[in-house]
Design a protein around this ligand. Structure first.
Ligand SMILES: NC(=O)c1ccc[n+]([C@@H]2O[C@H](COP(=O)([O-])OP(=O)(O)OC[C@H]3O[C@@H](n4cnc5c(N)ncnc54)[C@H](OP(=O)(O)O)[C@@H]3O)[C@@H](O)[C@H]2O)c1
Length: 244
């Protein structure tokens, strides 16, 4: 019960890694707001969490929508202690061929969306006194992957944003850290399991296997809890040992 009494918002908490993080937070005693665009996909996590979990809609591409989300979390659970800005998309394509709309969607969701969620959470996290922000990068946020230009660039941006926010908010008692998963057998990673991407990736991977969503969720519990009170501005890689 490492998060007992805490209130967390997990964007993209309906599917994939976000859903597993939300479930782990519930297991640790937190109250959780799972947020995404599609409410129907929230059913499994809502069934698991009883009255300690609610769904609230958000489109992280909109600053107003992100603000409505954090206000709704405070209204429902009486405060906000943890913001997990997890929602993300991946739109592959080499720069010369990438549709500008797909570039824009990736930037709006992964990068600007993280900014919107962090910004909307700050006033409430200040009131918490022990606020936690967890952003979501990827192994590709610090490694060159041809064909993943938009994804790599946005995740690199998320990592630098995390470091700046950590310094700006430290005096408010808020820590800001970033998770950087490798290829995980859940969500968008699962789709790549039997693709040529895995053939390129596997030789670089010390552990020789995809990660599990619960291995990412365990790291997200650590960063949200008291044990990480002196961890700030850190990018925590959860990738099984990647030698790129
Ligand atoms: N799975 C992996 O192997 C892996 C590896 C490294 C990093 N990551 C990162 O981990 C995060 C989660 O990935 P995942 O694999 O779990 O993806 P996923 O299964 O595709 O889930 C993405 C989640 O984000 C939500 N979302 C997408 N666009 C949104 C928007 N504009 N506003 C609000 N919610 C939005 C989706 O819900 P709706 O569509 O209903 O809105 C969904 O709940 C991402 O940031 C991803 O880059 C994943």
């Amino acid at each position: 019960m490492r998060l007992k009494g805490k209130v967390a918002v997990v964007t993209g908490g309906t599917k994939g890694l976000g859903r597993r993080i939300a479930e782990a937070y519930l297991d640790e005693g937190a109250h959780v707001v799972v947020a995404a665009r599609d409410e129907a996909s929230a059913r499994p996590v809502l069934d698991k969490g009883g009255d300690r979990v609610v769904f609230r809609p958000v489109d992280v591409c909109s600053a107003d929508s992100a603000a409505r989300l954090t206000d709704a979390a405070v209204e429902h659970f009486g405060g906000l202690d943890i913001m997990v800005a997890n929602a993300g998309v991946s739109r592959p394509g080499r720069v010369a061929d990438l549709d500008p709309e797909q570039w824009q969607e990736t930037v709006s969701t992964n990068f600007t969306g993280t900014f919107h969620c962090v910004r909307a959470a700050v006033p409430h996290l200040r009131a918490s006194g022990a606020g936690r922000i967890i952003t979501m990068s990827s192994a590709l946020g610090s490694r060159v992957a041809p064909g993943a230009s938009a994804y790599c660039a946005t995740k690199a941006g998320v990592e630098m944003l995390t470091r700046v926010v950590a310094v700006e908010l430290a005096a408010d008692g808020i820590t800001t850290n970033c998770l950087s998963p490798g290829l995980i057998d859940e969500g968008m990673g699962k789709l790549l399991k039997n693709s040529p991407v895995w053939d390129q990736y596997a030789p670089k991977l010390a552990s020789g296997r995809l990660g599990r969503a619960d291995e990412v969720a365990d790291a997200a519990v650590f960063l949200a809890g008291d044990e990480a009170s002196y961890v700030n501005g850190h990018v925590l890689e959860v990738n099984g040992g990647l030698v790129w």
